[in-house]
Design a protein. Structure first.
Length: 83
């Protein structure tokens, strides 16, 4: 006679499948249309990433320019106040 296991001893839920049977895993063959789809998805991901990075760069350029201009103006004002 088998001893009954409690919930904590039974193991994870995903492991408790059919007791005596076996499962099947179906693997599809990769054809030319699948490869084209994968390449297009990778290209879409790379393009979106590039667009985000270029957008961040286009925002960062004027910000850096304003910081440099502010530093130059602050330096000029400080030099006038010293005199």
């Amino acid at each position: 006679m088998r001893a009954r296991l409690t919930a904590s001893q039974a193991g994870p839920d995903w492991f408790a499948g059919r007791e005596g049977g076996s499962g099947r895993i179906f693997v599809a063959r990769v054809g030319p249309w699948s490869i084209a789809g994968i390449v297009l998805l990778i290209g879409l991901f790379v393009g979106a990433t590039l667009a985000i990075l270029l957008g961040a760069l286009l925002i960062a350029i004027p910000v850096v320019g304003l910081l440099i201009a502010g530093a130059l103006i602050a330096n000029a004002v400080r030099a006038r106040l010293r005199r």
